[in-house]
Design a protein around this ligand. Structure first.
Ligand code: ARG
Length: 564
């Protein structure tokens, strides 16, 4: 039941559509004022009367029903009250019967969404800079799935480029199979860094590196074998981290996959007269659209990142026939995506409108910037491990006798890393602080997990005495109880909004907000020592809050321990 829609549907205001009215309806700051409110200040212009008078007229002409039981004018607002008993009964019954499915929908049925996220670079560190794309992309993946969409998760691997020539050159000089076997991704990274520090001014080695790159391109067996070895080591490494973070992909088609798919794009650009020669390079002129040219081929004939992205977009459309294709990539690449979307439009593909750059801000640790070339880099795995260690220390201090402390610390630590990257609206730059993400008091996953453990503990104690949640007929909730109910009822809409705005942060904020409401109820109302229907009702509220919080966290890829 969408109350705002219900209210808007019953109001008739000249010059305003139902949509317009809907967009004005808000939630008052305190529930004493009502459950929903229509501010009349914007209406004053259209209706040429004072907001107070308009509010009075609208309130007295509003016909109440089973859903909305009163409409009252107050200081230029019409305040609406929902029928508490009905909402309470309906919300709790729905949550308890749907369980893990509460909040799911079928709006996405028959529609396909491609999501390009994480998109790691082969042989380079999987660092803190990849955290946001990985967890935002993964949360969107789960959110769209929950709404019934067919979702294709794509890891557009960075596996193309001259750096692989450098790496093979470094390996030939300083490396061997033992080194790779024992050192894995870190050994590869060391070789790359060593090349960039020691061979920077060594023309001989630079030449050698270019030659190795050419060999990979020409499918020389030894060069290709080494390249694949580096790729396998990187993938094996990142897949372990993905597993810990609950992240999955349906395709690992990276840039190299498009090697033989670029020519048709280049030919088409040529035929359509879009390809222009400029200082020996081939470009698409985007000056009329206020952008620098999109580089398609370098003067030596080599393709570029953009060329491969154009081929990838064509391939995805042809293969998946997506309704939308999202690119979860840092805002530093804003221009790149505006360029390729424009080129696709110029090529006459109407679906350019379905391409969306889901941009996000930078994550940094307190100690500042990093560079892969020089080796100053913060590995994501180290951040995760440190968070888990710190989570362990906190748990050990608060609850030393807890069983499976290691497992709980893993869930809590991973949750803190994920939630820390998801809680703010995407576009904000964030500074990652261990203490902040692991706080029991703040707007954190730990706080939400702790709230779940609390609800869980009440429910198991009740079960030990043979008491189980139920939703009594005609129960009239008090203020704190009803605040929880209203919070619970929002989840389905929150999920839809998060999908529409590509903002998993909505779900994260919802979870914190609901936890706060639940904790207020927990402090205000006795549960196990209450009596009769009240006790059973409050247990139902605990169960419903637990289900709703768990479902929210699952969408973000975060687990919820039974005990903490
Ligand atoms: N590998 C790229 C990077 O690390 C991100 C790729 C994003 N996806 C894409 N289709 N361009 O910057």
């Amino acid at each position: 039941m969408d109350y705002k829609e219900h209210i808007a549907g019953k109001m008739h205001i000249d010059g305003m559509s139902e949509e317009d009215i809907l967009s004005l309806i808000a939630t008052p700051p305190t529930s004493e004022m009502g459950d929903y409110a229509l501010p009349c200040f914007k209406l004053a212009k259209i209706m040429r009367r004072s907001p107070a008078i308009i509010a009075q007229e609208l309130a007295s002409s509003y016909e109440t029903d089973d859903v909305i039981c009163s409409a009252e004018a107050m200081n230029g607002y019409v305040n609406f009250r929902v029928n508490k008993k009905d909402l309470t009964k309906a919300t709790l019954s729905e949550i308890l019967s749907k369980g893990e499915g509460y909040g799911a929908d079928t709006v996405g049925e028959g529609k396909t969404i491609c999501i390009d996220y994480s998109s790691v670079n082969i042989a380079k560190p999987f660092h803190i800079g990849h955290l946001s794309t990985t967890v935002i992309g993964s949360a969107l993946y789960k959110i769209y799935k929950f709404l019934g969409y067919n979702v294709v998760g794509i890891n557009h691997l960075g596996d193309y480029g001259t750096q692989f020539g450098k790496l093979i050159c470094a390996y030939k000089h300083w490396g061997n199979e033992d080194l790779l076997e024992n050192g894995g991704i870190h050994a590869i990274n060391d070789l790359y860094v060593r090349f960039n520090t020691e061979a920077e001014d060594n023309e001989e080695m630079q030449k050698e590196a270019r030659e190795y790159f050419r060999l990979i391109e020409n499918h020389d067996p030894e060069a290709e074998r080494l390249f694949n070895r580096f790729k396998d080591i990187t993938l094996e490494y990142v897949k372990k981290i993905y597993a810990r973070l609950n992240v999955t992909f349906d395709s690992y088609n990276g840039e190299r996959f498009y090697t033989d798919k670029m020519q048709p794009v280049i030919d088409e650009l040529q035929e359509k007269g879009l390809l222009i020669e400029s200082n020996g390079a081939k470009i698409v002129d985007l000056e009329p659209y206020g952008m620098p040219p999109c580089l398609i081929l370098r003067s030596d004939g080599a393709s570029l990142y953009a060329t491969r992205d154009l081929a990838a977009a064509m391939y995805r459309k042809a293969t998946y026939d997506f309704d939308k294709c999202l690119y979860v990539v840092a805002y530093q690449q804003n221009l790149h995506f505006r360029q390729i979307f424009k080129v696709i439009e110029l090529m006459g593909r109407p679906w350019y409108k379905d391409l969306v750059h889901v941009a996000f801000g930078m994550v940094s640790l307190e100690d500042g910037a990093m560079s892969t070339r020089k080796g100053r880099v913060v590995w994501l795995e180290d951040v995760i491990d440190k968070c888990i260690q710190k989570a362990y220390d906190v748990i050990n201090e608060k609850n030393p006798s807890l069983e499976n402390k290691d497992q709980v610390a893993e869930t809590v630590g991973l949750g803190a890393v994920i939630f820390g990257a998801l809680y703010n609206s995407r576009i904000k730059d964030i500074t990652f602080s261990y203490d902040k993400v692991l706080s029991f008091e703040g707007e954190t996953s730990v706080y939400v997990q702790y709230t779940c453990a609390r609800a869980n503990s009440v429910l198991s104690k009740a079960a030990e005495s043979g008491l189980y949640p139920s939703v009594p007929e005609g129960y009239e909730p008090n203020v704190s109880e009803f605040d929880v109910i209203k919070g619970l009822a929002q989840l389905p809409q929150v999920i839809k909004d998060a999908a529409e705005k590509y903002e998993p942060s909505y779900v994260a904020r919802f979870a914190v907000d609901l936890s706060q409401k639940f904790n207020k109820f927990y402090i205000d109302c006795k549960i196990l020592t209450a009596e009769g229907d009240t006790r059973l009702f409050r247990l139902a509220l605990c169960r419903a809050a637990l289900i709703t919080l768990k479902n929210s966290m699952t969408l973000l890829g975060i687990g919820v321990p039974d005990r903490m």
